[in-house]
Design a binder for this molecule. Structure first.
Ligand code: AMP
Length: 111
């Protein structure tokens, strides 16, 4: 099923893009939870971490590497990298995404 992130990838819905390559897209979260809140998503429509396969290993590594590049480019020295997996864990969009959250002190544990 097409999610809002598929529509962002296809250009049907606009986003504030911060990075793009052939495998992924990074853009600003529309409801930021901190001064910097960026999402990085694969172009491949994987619903969540529950659905990853061995063949996704390189893509997943790519996403993490790019998340650090994006955090660095945003000027972050500390940040939290979050992947909510499943509704009870807070996942609302079922297209895999990494949150990059920073720019303020972050509490632990999360709620
Ligand atoms: P999650 O709750 O982990 O599934 O995260 C989904 C995130 O997508 C939330 O932080 C939303 O604020 C964000 N979001 C939803 N729609 C958009 C949109 N159109 N553009 C940017 N971010 C969005």
């Amino acid at each position: 099923m097409a999610t809002i992130f598929d529509k962002i990838l296809s250009g049907e819905i606009p986003c504030e893009e911060v990075f793009s390559d052939e495998k992924c897209l990074a853009f600003k979260d529309i409801t930021p939870q901190a001064p910097t809140h960026i999402l990085i998503i694969p172009r491949k429509p994987i619903p969540s971490l529950k659905d990853i396969k061995k063949e996704d290993q390189e893509l997943l590594g790519h996403l993490l590497l790019k998340s650090t590049e994006v955090a660095n480019a945003a000027g972050l020295e500390n940040w939290r990298t979050v992947i909510n997996t499943g509704e009870e864990a807070g996942q609302t969009v079922f297209h895999l995404h990494i949150h990059i959250i920073g720019g303020r002190k972050l509490n632990w544990p999360p709620g």
